[in-house]
Ligand binder design. Structure first.
Ligand code: C2E
Ligand code: MG
Ligand code: MG
Length: 292
């Protein structure tokens, strides 16, 4: 019991104390149950990928692979429910490699079928990025699946880069030299130094949903989004707005020069088999209603 209380104190930021309560035991048990279900899920192939279109002003530019757990008991489980635990237990390493392998294989199939998709975006956990041989692991998966590196974009967050200091630079350079593209996910929410934007080989900034959500009601959110777009342009980076749900958000972001959009306005994340239809039908009309 003392041990459980100590772990709670550590989890709450260390240098503090916590008293033992029964709730801690319940939580520890729940965590153990979840951990063993996750292990089983990986063995039983219960994970699936959905794909969400990344929409340019004239065409669909690619898709982002998003992980779901298809739990036989609870149905589809969102990544935020299990990724933190998968990271704590390092299970994210085999799981993340499964994601990369599956998504690259799918992308290759779509390309061979002639689907006009430029980029496959895949999220990379900080735990994966911390591996010293991360670039080699990704090179191996590309070789194994046959997807040309230029079609893969890895999404990492600012904090993933910042926590690694000097090492991040070498790893990003190694990934870049494979020919992979790099995107900063949830841009604008992390503690970071903007200096890394010019030091590192980054291709895309993804404006975090929290700014997009508050358009058009909140002038500060609008200014932040517009400033990120302007900064990306000045640095010759591509810029994508996440979580675009309304025409008002789309119009504003487009008027400020945003290149690429992702959100429910265009398409929800969908299973692979509906992506060809989702591309053919819905998107064209939404990008420019006069095309129809
Ligand atoms: P993210 O990479 O920033 O992904 C975007 C999230 O926004 C997705 O949530 C997507 O479903 C959601 N979204 C897209 N359009 C809209 C919209 O218009 N409105 C709203 N409200 N939400 C929208 P999802 O799929 O639940 O994923 C959440 C996060 O989990 C991801 O955020 C990413 O950080 C993480 N994640 C997902 N798949 C993976 C993975 O394979 N590996 C790792 N390491 N993390 C992943
Ligand atoms: Mg992402
Ligand atoms: Mg994001």
């Amino acid at each position: 019991n003392a041990d459980a209380a100590m772990y709670q104190a550590k989890e709450d930021g260390r240098n503090t104390f916590r008293f033992y309560t029964e709730d801690l035991t319940r939580r520890a048990q729940q965590r153990l149950r979840m951990e063993s279900s996750l292990r089983q899920a990986l063995n039983n192939d219960e994970f699936i990928l959905h794909y969400q279109p990344l929409v340019g002003t004239e065409r669909c530019k690619g898709v982002e692979a998003l992980l779901r757990w298809d739990d036989p008991k609870n149905g589809l489980v969102a990544p935020m429910e299990f990724i933190p635990l998968a990271e704590d237990t390092r299970m994210i390493i085999p799981l993340g490699e499964w994601v990369l392998r599956t998504a690259c294989t799918q992308m290759k199939v779509w390309m061979e079928a002639g689907l006009p998709l430029g980029t496959l975006a895949v999220n990379l956990s900080p735990v994966q990025f911390r591996q010293p041989d991360i670039a080699q692991r990704i090179a191996d998966i590309l070789a194994e699946t046959g997807l040309p590196a230029a079609h893969l974009e890895l999404e990492i967050t600012e904090s993933t880069i910042m926590e690694q200091g000097q090492e991040a630079e070498a790893k990003l350079a190694a990934l870049h030299s494979l020919g992979i593209r790099l995107a900063i996910d949830d841009f604008g929410t992390g503690y970071s130094s903007l200096a890394y934007l010019k030091r590192f080989p980054i291709h895309t900034l993804k404006i975090d949903q929290s700014f997009v959500r508050d358009i058009p009601g909140n002038p500060a959110a609008m200014e932040i989004a517009a400033t990120i777009i302007a900064m990306a342009k000045n640095l010759s980076l591509e810029v994508l707005a996440e979580g675009v749900e309304t025409a008002a958000q789309f119009d504003f972001l487009k008027s400020r020069g945003c290149d690429t959009f992702q959100g429910y306005l265009f398409s929800r994340p969908e299973p692979a088999d509906v992506i060809p239809d989702a591309l053919a039908q819905g998107l064209k009309q939404r990008i420019d209603p006069t095309l129809n």
